[in-house]
Design a protein around this ligand. Structure first.
Ligand SMILES: NC(=O)c1ccc[n+]([C@@H]2O[C@H](COP(=O)([O-])OP(=O)(O)OC[C@H]3O[C@@H](n4cnc5c(N)ncnc54)[C@H](O)[C@@H]3O)[C@@H](O)[C@H]2O)c1
Length: 353
């Protein structure tokens, strides 16, 4: 395929704008059309990029020949539109989370297999240099035996944020609060680095906001490898502090903070052994230029890492391979979150299948 790859967007809200900017930044990509049930949103984005606007997703799929459709609607509608687009013969990039129930994710996977198109789910932090570097070290077993993996997401979202869209913070369309919406990024990176989660024990609550779903959560994990871990997350921590992902092994430690490598120490690089009492964290590299913008403002997101993930889909189409974050990969962070909800609701330890 030498021609430009033709894109459409369904859902022209906050993240739809990021996708449009990301597509435009890629020389081999061309935005053709956009759709939104709110006519003004579709027309505004279409005018900005000189493309066609539709007020109905099915019309966009019927009238345009698109290679890739990007689904940027509220989370509980991802499956519906992804399935429509896959059945129309288009490759699909779905915003995170893949969907909000097991059943709909399985249906999406079945339709992907049946149609043979490609299905990717946005997890843009897998394309951050720090995540790639730590993942590579883990595939080389450079941290030794993993013992502990933690993700902390102490973010802030105002009540105004939750009131800005009728779907935000609802069970039916957001599928959850701080975990299903904001923390899924860090949870995906944690399980990408540490491996699959086996069991979960968790608490969730809604302490600060007037909303249906949780704004604070703590979970204790046991990974399939035997390592332990934690997730602690809230949208009630004013003014919003950086996300921190920690991976500890008996041969090394790595900390990703604000999407950058904040600390890395490997036994294999040492001149002298750490000795019986170790380094006690004294060798931490300072975190350079911490960007805290999205910890309090979701619209502050840069389109760069979205562009990297869209470029991965384009390469997958050209090379006849699966995208890096395909439907099967994207299912697992959602399964962890659903397991946390079940544990918090029942008080029981949950085993993931
Ligand atoms: N990857 C990221 O960092 C990131 C950041 C923000 C949001 N998101 C995800 O993107 C999705 C959208 O979030 P948002 O903040 O852009 O929400 P939003 O409310 O700003 O935008 C959603 C858009 O979908 C449109 N829509 C609703 N129903 C529709 C329908 N039936 N047909 C066509 N359009 C329809 C709405 O009118 C709205 O314009 C969510 O799943 C969210 O989790 C991802």
């Amino acid at each position: 395929m030498t021609a430009k790859i033709r894109f459409g967007i369904i859902g022209c809200g906050v993240i739809g704008l990021t996708h449009a900017a990301a597509i435009q930044s890629l020389p081999d990509a061309e935005l053709i059309a956009v759709a939104d049930v709110i006519p003004a949103s579709a027309h505004k984005l279409a005018e900005q990029y000189h493309v066609t606007a539709y007020e109905n997703a099915q019309e966009l799929l019927t009238h345009e020949h698109l290679d890739v459709v990007e689904i940027c609607t509220p989370s509980g509608m991802h499956g519906e539109f992804a399935i429509l687009a896959m059945r129309a013969g288009c490759n699909v990039i779905v915003e995170k989370p893949m969907e909000i129930t097991h059943e709909r994710m399985l249906e999406m996977l079945a339709v992907q297999r049946e149609t043979g198109v490609k299905l990717a789910v946005v997890s843009q932090h897998r394309f951050d240099e720090a995540s790639i570097q730590v993942h590579k070290l883990l595939t080389e077993r450079a941290l030794g035996r993993l013992v502990l993996g933690n993700a902390a997401i102490p973010w802030w979202r105002s009540q105004q944020y939750y009131d800005s869209g009728a779907w935000r913070g609802t069970r039916e369309l957001d599928g959850g609060g701080i975990l299903m919406n904001q923390s899924i990024h860090a949870i995906d990176i944690l399980q990408w680095l540490m491996g699959r989660v086996k069991t979960i024990k968790a608490y969730t609550d809604t302490l600060v906001h007037d909303m249906e779903t949780e704004d604070v959560a703590v979970a204790v994990l046991r990974f399939e490898s035997g390592a332990l871990g934690t997730i602690s997350a809230t949208t009630g921590a004013y003014p919003g502090v950086t996300t921190r992902i920690e991976v500890y092994g008996n041969q090394g430690s790595a900390i990703i903070e604000a999407d950058k490598l904040g600390y890395l120490h490997l036994a294999r690089d040492e001149q002298e052994a750490a000795g019986a009492y170790g380094g006690g964290g004294n060798q931490a590299a300072p975190v350079e230029s911490v960007d805290t913008s999205t910890t309090s403002d979701p619209a502050a997101l840069s389109a760069n890492t979205h562009a990297l993930q869209i470029a991965d889909m384009m390469a997958a189409i050209r090379e006849g391979r699966a995208p890096l974050v395909d439907g099967e990969a994207a299912r697992h962070p959602v399964e962890i979150i659903l397991g946390i909800y079940e544990s918090a609701r029942t008080g029981k330890e949950i085993t993931l299948s």
